[in-house]
Design a protein around this ligand. Structure first.
Ligand SMILES: Nc1ccn([C@@H]2O[C@H](COP(=O)(O)OP(=O)(O)OP(=O)(O)O)[C@@H](O)[C@H]2O)c(=O)n1
Ligand SMILES: C[C@](O)(CO)[C@H](O)COP(=O)(O)O
Length: 231
């Protein structure tokens, strides 16, 4: 039997957490590395569980850490833990396969975006509930973007007015995400990319600076600072 949060909720959140964290440097799998004394994954799951419409959370953990992750999260929230895969897409597919019947809105949310506010979970879910098949939170691109060629020589300046930096949680109608993963070929870095390949329109909603992805050591330091400030 799958553990539930709000039995009347209509949202399942998949949490890919099986990555190594190579860009963060040597150490434990990234989701298990500490941020202010608690693993990134604990921070992430606590915030997801605080979102009122979440019915189910499924975490894809590093294969060798499934029992440890289950024990770690037991005091945090009712979660289902499955072994992840070698690529993010395989981890998401494994988590998706463990979602019970019921929730028709599926969110996919990186454990590495540990400080994502529950309000963003709700706003993405609400946009799917309002009728969109696929929804992504985005931020404007703040830097000038250059296209460069061999030798790091600038080829041109890109029009950034049409560019967005993409975050998670990304939200989907269940059948849409399932079909996209069933058809998945080469792994892509996000789920919206798979859905785009199916010809399904993907709609943007405002993201959050607090949903930053802890990728490099600077991001971890920034997340520590934000937490100390009450994030
Ligand atoms: N095989 C994988 C790879 C990634 N992820 C998860 O996908 C999210 C986004 O990936 P990223 O932040 O790029 O994490 P890593 O792949 O661990 O990072 P790196 O590329 O630096 O190793 C993370 O929560 C990560 O744990 C996963 O579940 N399974
Ligand atoms: C899903 C994602 O977090 C959206 O920004 C991102 O695409 C993950 O990519 P990564 O290359 O695995 O960091």
């Amino acid at each position: 039997m799958t553990a539930q949060l709000n039995p009347r909720g209509d949202v399942a959140v998949l949490v890919p957490a099986a990555g190594a964290g190579v860009r963060l440097g040597p150490g434990a799998p990234k989701a298990l590395r500490p941020l202010a004394g608690e693993p990134l994954l604990v921070h992430a799951v606590r915030r997801i569980a605080a979102a009122a419409s979440v019915h189910t959370i499924v975490v894809a953990a590093p294969a060798a850490e499934v029992d440890a992750v289950r024990d770690l999260l037991t005091p945090v929230a009712p979660v289902t833990v499955v072994p992840g895969g070698a690529e993010r897409q395989a981890s998401v597919a494994a988590a998706l396969a463990a979602v019970p019947a019921g929730p028709e809105i599926i969110l996919v949310h990186d454990a590495a975006r540990a400080l994502t506010p529950p309000e963003l979970v709700e706003s993405v879910a609400a946009a799917v509930r309002s009728g969109h098949d696929a929804v992504i939170p985005v931020l404007p691109v703040v830097d000038t973007i250059k296209e460069v060629g061999p030798g790091e020589v600038v080829l041109g300046t890109v029009d950034r007015s049409a560019l967005r930096a993409v975050q998670t949680p990304q939200g989907f109608r269940r059948a849409v995400l399932t079909a996209a993963h069933e058809a998945a070929g080469d792994p892509l870095t996000d789920d919206a990319g798979l859905v785009e390949k199916q010809g399904v329109p993907v709609v943007c909603v405002p993201g959050s600076e607090h949903a930053l992805k802890v990728t490099r050591p600077f991001d971890l330091a920034l997340a520590e600072h934000l937490l100390a400030g009450g994030a």
